[in-house]
Design a protein around this ligand. Structure first.
Ligand code: HPA
Length: 272
């Protein structure tokens, strides 16, 4: 694993101009997050040594490097999921590489189903904590000591200063920003009404099929992490409605510009 991480790092380092400080991951329908980047280079994952390749609807599968709000960023346009058959170690390979390249912050966006009945499709939620219900963990196996400890602490995963900054920026921009707990599952099947009730009872406000593995690997790498999800559908166990991937992608697309605007405002005011 380390050899492969190093090969991808060396390959990308030879192409990068500045020194990226922020890594970004975007998912389903949220591609316009990266439209605002002044691009130095954009590469399909398949051209990067050992990178997994993305297969999911609404995911581009390219890595872009450049400047956003005058800060140096690397962004993954499209991510990998456990339901595609990847291991959590595969999924988090690019995070190891970005960490090696020198990023100190990881900004993640994804689509999620709302569990709080007050939520509406198209809402944005900043993640304050998570529950890993994927049944696995990207840190299983030999510990990569170079990156972090065997038993990383998970008390304060989501950067509190950034949660406060995001709240301020959203208020100023007139964007309603929900706060809540994200529960990660593997999918690809959606939740039954009984599962939905269970997820709500254990304390989750939104559910999704990505993000938690990425966050855990990011913590292991010592990165400051911020996650904002787009609520694409709201699941109420007492009057459950069908959820289609087309609807999820369409709602994520409509939330995309609002989310991109908020990220840009946050990055524009980021502490050094
Ligand atoms: N469940 C799980 N993942 C999701 C959902 C959902 O309802 N919506 C978007 N991603």
């Amino acid at each position: 694993m380390l050899k492969e991480i190093q090969a991808a790092t060396d390959f990308l380092s030879s192409k990068i101009k500045g020194s990226p400080e922020i890594g970004m991951i975007t998912g389903t329908g949220l591609g316009n997050l990266t439209e605002k980047i002044e691009v130095d280079f954009r590469l399909p994952y398949k051209e990067i040594p050992h990178f997994p390749t993305s297969t999911t609807l609404g995911h581009k599968g390219t890595l872009v490097s450049g400047k956003l709000a005058n800060r140096s960023v690397m962004a993954m346009e499209g991510r990998f999921h456990i339901y595609e058959g990847y291991t959590p170690q595969n999924i988090t390979f690019p995070i190891r590489v970005m960490s090696n390249i020198g990023i100190s912050r990881l900004f993640i966006s994804s689509a999620a189903g709302g569990l709080d009945p007050q939520f509406r499709p198209g809402d944005l939620m900043i993640v304050t904590d998570h529950i890993n219900l994927t049944g696995t963990n990207p840190l299983i196996g030999h510990n990569l000591e170079q990156f972090g400890p065997r038993f990383p602490d998970m008390l304060e995963v989501y950067d509190r200063d950034l949660i406060a900054l995001a709240g301020k920026k959203a208020l100023k921009a007139g964007i309603e920003l929900r706060h809540g707990v994200y529960v990660g599952i593997t999918g690809p099947s959606l939740e039954t009404p009984a599962e939905t009730r269970f997820l709500r009872m254990i304390g989750a406000d939104a559910v999704g099929m990505s993000t938690v593995s990425e966050v855990i690997a990011g913590v292991h790498c010592g990165l400051k992490i911020t996650v904002i999800v787009a609520i694409t559908n709201v699941n109420n166990p007492d009057c459950m409605e069908k959820t289609s991937i087309e609807e999820v992608v369409a709602t994520a697309n409509t939330a995309g510009p609002k989310l991109a605007d908020l990220w840009e405002r946050i990055i524009g005011d980021l502490p050094e």
